[in-house]
Design a binder for this molecule. Structure first.
Ligand SMILES: [Ca+2]
Ligand SMILES: [Ca+2]
Length: 448
């Protein structure tokens, strides 16, 4: 097999930390990043929410007294520690939705943040006594709509609960969330649902003539909104045209991240078996310098790559150095999900072992119309890749040799680009004749 480190144009990595929105009383927070510790007082959730104290737990766990929907969960009575479903959670009395978190009395919606008494909705955030925004919800007395949640006296009533995506209040409840998962115990440090056309947190480019649309409607997304990356097909182009990530359709975070957990929900770009495109989901940083002084240019990169000619094969690569194809340092695992067979290698040349594991046999992967949640936990001395398949999180690789684990902060990218090589077989791959589209429902990062 063969892996290619990202070779696209350099971009400036803004080394700022996650946004710290959600200051008490602050106004609208557009598609804001969520930072733990945003806490307010008084607002939202009251008592007597849906399932109520003692409610049941969702697939992702629960606090005492909460309840949950698919992928969701609720915290201690929605009260102190109230929490919620995937990616969300809440403070005292809080409740939440996708991407959200909040403080005392808060409630939330997708991509939201909060403030005193506030709560939120998608892309919104508000002040004391909260109120709203499209898709939003509110603080005391507030209320809501789909995806939102409510506070005391809200539409949902005291301790309101919610519709899809959210829930709250004492004993609060929660709605479902396709793709929800764990790590919900704490709010993400950075979270984007791609609900709006806002590009403040992701840059985009489409150097093959394709396009990127943030906030594209998609009924398979948890919130009917995705980032859509279109790779422009062209039947008149051949195998050697517009090669490499130089011509990728790509989005990437404007800031960099370090150790922590990365999760995303993605639908892969497709092509025929005679063509080739790489679907890349990865971290990347390379400023051309040899930071650790080992004679090789540092390349902080953690890759999940799936080629469209045979998307049943998952390639995982961890790069620490990359000067050239012959001066580099990277370890890889290639998993054949039809058989469960895997092979590990160093620098694409030295075998580090192989085998077959029942867990790696993912029958029917990937359904071309499905979104899959995948990601990794990156730490200084270990790196664990995973994918959620059939409702179960499958660990694809736990790598523990610190020498080969990158340490430099990196941006998180998604891209689609043409390769003329089939990494797992011989021959020449054609340029895609038809447009191919990768879709991203959401991306979340939890700082270690
Ligand atoms: Ca180096
Ligand atoms: Ca979304």
């Amino acid at each position: 097999m063969r892996t290619i480190p990202y070779l696209g144009p350099m971009f400036v990595v803004i080394a700022s930390l996650a946004c710290t929105n959600g200051k008490a009383g602050s106004g609208r927070v557009g598609d804001a990043a969520v930072v733990s510790g945003d806490v307010g007082t008084g607002g939202g959730a009251g008592t007597g929410g849906s399932p109520g104290v003692g409610g049941s737990a969702g697939a992702t766990g629960a606090g005492s007294g909460g309840s949950a929907g698919a992928g969701g969960n609720a915290g201690a009575g929605g009260g102190a520690g109230g929490s919620v479903k995937a990616d969300a959670n809440a403070g005292t009395g809080g409740g939440a939705g996708a991407d959200v978190s909040m403080g005392t009395g808060g409630g939330g919606g997708a991509d939201a943040s909060r403030s005193t008494g506030g709560s939120t909705g998608r892309d919104a955030g508000l002040g004391s006594g909260g109120n709203t925004h499209a898709d939003a919800s509110l603080g005391t007395g507030g209320s809501v709509r789909t995806d939102a949640s409510a506070g005391t006296g809200g539409i949902m009533g005291t301790g309101g609960s919610a519709a899809a995506d959210v829930g709250t209040g004492t004993g609060g409840s929660v709605g479902g969330d396709a793709g929800g998962s764990l790590d919900a115990a704490t709010p993400p440090t950075f979270s984007v649902d791609f609900i709006t056309a806002d590009q403040s947190r992701f840059y985009s480019r489409a150097d093959n003539g394709g396009s990127v649309t943030f906030g594209a409607a998609n009924s398979s997304a948890a919130d009917n909104a995705v980032a859509e990356l279109v790779f422009k097909g062209n039947a008149s182009l051949g195998p050697g045209d517009k090669l490499t990530p130089d011509y990728a359709t790509e989005i990437g975070t404007n800031q960099s991240f370090s150790y922590g957990t990365y999760r995303t929900r993605v639908q892969l770009a497709q092509c025929s078996s005679s063509e080739e495109l790489v679907n890349g989901v990865f971290t990347y940083f390379n400023d051309g310098k040899d930071h650790d002084g080992d004679g090789l240019i540092d390349n902080s990169e953690i890759d999940i790559e799936i080629l469209c000619s045979d998307p049943s094969i998952i390639s995982l690569t961890i790069w620490t150095e990359y000067t050239s194809d012959t001066a580099k340092q990277g370890v890889s695992r290639v998993i054949h999900t039809m058989t469960g067979a895997y092979e590990d290698s160093l620098n694409d040349t030295t075998s580090l072992g192989s085998g077959t594991l029942p867990d790696f046999k993912l029958a029917g992967f990937p359904d071309p119309n499905a979104f899959y949640e995948m990601g990794f936990e990156w730490h200084a001395t270990s790196l664990r890749y995973f994918i959620v398949f059939g409702g179960k999180e499958v660990t694809l690789w736990t790598y523990t040799d610190a020498k080969y684990i990158p340490s430099l902060p990196a941006a998180f990218l998604f891209n689609v680009w043409h390769s003329t090589d089939w990494w797992s077989s011989q021959g020449t791959a054609d340029y895609p004749a038809s447009d191919a589209v990768m879709r991203v429902d959401w991306f979340r990062y939890w700082k270690e």
